[in-house]
Design a protein around this ligand. Structure first.
Ligand code: EPZ
Length: 417
């Protein structure tokens, strides 16, 4: 296993290119199961999770060919419909094969993903929606067994706006008989990106990106030729890097309309934000002030930016209150930040962060993807040296993170543990 060695206290300056979005690429890769032919995906990030998704597609009988910046996925030979436990437990987004396999094959056997570091993360709403569309769902030795002659359109109301649930049902509905309405749908930009790709395949979808999505089923879809959107969470991570090291960073490819809540909070904290045709520029013109945040489904403050923002609040001027409303256990980074001198107290889903003048470097451990990013940011802001272990978590969602930070002037290197 590798670790990162960070010598902090240096301001980040310069420009950094955002990669393709992991959380858009994963559903897009599984959407290829909906149509026969050769699908061409570009701007795919080179990440562990993308490789896992590719492995799962091959397991199901698809062919894949790496091309510059992406993948060609051939789906004529789909022969299986099982997503095995050993793949699903390493990447829970594998459950997104359920909708496409049911729609295309009329059958799917997918391991229940089980919990993860940040929460139980059930898929009950995915299954309830598929049953409403006529699927017979049974649970068998930790697997979801799903069958359907042909899915039929239904009106589905989500008790909460689940991103994966909206994606699974939207994909399933593209080949169903009749029209499906998803109410209280998630509104994340990645869902709009998926809908645009599905429409490019011949699907009929209205309202993606709003809380009501209407899908009129068709009999057949065509392969996609699609460029994945930029990763807004990666972009937000580099923006915070520029602010908390008191530098000036130009994040190329970042789209302000995907990050309105974060940008508003960064300005409230005293950072200066400019937007140009290439992306977003952040500059910490004076001290960073403490601000309160409360994570919410999009367009609220993204839960995937909560840990990174807390790193910045740990060395801000004042006290901030951070509420995590989406996941039940997404404060795993707090005890590691405390080892770096952060003054944080937790009461249930709320963390109170009293900014300190300076964090100090320490050996710390990554526990999940965004907690890892938080600790890298804290290390960049801290004085002396931070050693971050278990960075395989980081490699799930950030492409060339240490190279990108080094290009901004950070003293950070990856060494074998
Ligand atoms: C997606 O996860 C993202 N992952 C997550 O990003 C992100 O944090 C999350 O959406 C919220 O924005 C991918 O896109 C691959 P949800 P997902 O279904 O779809 C509960 C990262 O760091 N829920 O919107 O699993 C669930 O327990 C990752 O990149 C049910 O109760 O999120 C959670 O509390 C982490 N029943 C809440 O809803 C269900 O059937 C939101 O989950 C489904 C979800």
């Amino acid at each position: 296993m590798d670790k990162l060695i960070i010598h902090g206290g240096r301001p980040l300056n310069g420009e950094v290119q955002v990669s393709g979005a992991k959380n858009a690429a994963l559903p897009l890769m599984f959407a290829t199961l909906l149509a026969r032919g050769c699908h061409k995906l570009t701007n795919l990030p080179r990440l562990r999770d993308i490789r896992t998704a590719e492995k799962l597609l091959v397991e199901l009988g698809a062919g894949s060919e790496t091309v510059p910046g992406g993948l060609h996925i051939h789906t004529n030979g789909l022969a299986h419909y099982e997503a095995p436990y050993e793949l699903v437990r390493t990447m829970r987004a594998s459950v997104l094969v359920l909708g496409p396999l049911l729609a295309r094959h009329g059958r799917a056997r997918v391991s229940l993903p089980g919990g993860c570091a940040i929460g139980a993360r059930p898929i009950n709403l995915h299954l309830k929606g598929l049953e409403a569309m006529g699927a017979q769902i049974t649970l068998d030795h930790g697997y979801v067994e799903a069958r359907a002659q042909r899915l039929k359109g239904a009106r589905i109301y989500f008790d909460l706006p689940t991103v994966g649930g909206t994606e699974n049902l939207m994909m399933a509905a593209t080949l169903a008989k009749g029209t499906t309405v998803i109410e209280n749908a998630a509104r994340e930009p990645e869902i709009l990106d998926l809908a645009q790709a599905l429409c490019s395949m011949g699907a009929r979808i209205e309202g993606a990106g709003t809380d009501t999505v209407v899908i009129e089923g068709v009999d057949e879809l065509q392969p996609m030729n699609y460029r994945v959107m930029a990763d807004r969470i990666e972009a937000g991570t580099y923006l915070i890097g520029g602010a908390l090291t008191h530098g000036r960073v130009h994040v190329l490819g970042a789209r302000p309309e995907h990050l309105e809540a974060l940008l508003s909070k960064l300005e409230e904290a005293g950072a200066r934000i400019d937007v140009d045709s290439e992306g977003i520029i952040i500059e910490a013109v004076d001290e960073i002030r403490a601000v309160n945040i409360r994570t919410q489904p999009h367009p609220g403050f993204p839960t995937d930016m909560q840990a990174q923002f807390m790193a910045m609040m740990s060395c801000a001027n004042g006290t901030s209150v951070i509420s995590e409303t989406v996941f039940e256990n997404r404060f795993m980074h707090v005890c590691e930040l405390q080892r770096m001198g952060a003054d944080i107290s937790i009461d249930g889903h709320t963390a109170t962060v009293k900014g300190v003048r300076r964090l100090f470097g320490a050996p710390v451990m990554a526990t999940d993807l965004r907690a890892s990013a938080c600790l890298v940011l804290a290390g960049l802001a801290a004085d002396n040296t931070t050693e971050l272990s278990r960075i395989y978590h980081l490699d799930r969602g950030y492409e060339n993170l240490e190279k990108k930070f080094r290009s901004l002037g950070a003293d950070i290197e990856r060494v074998p543990e």
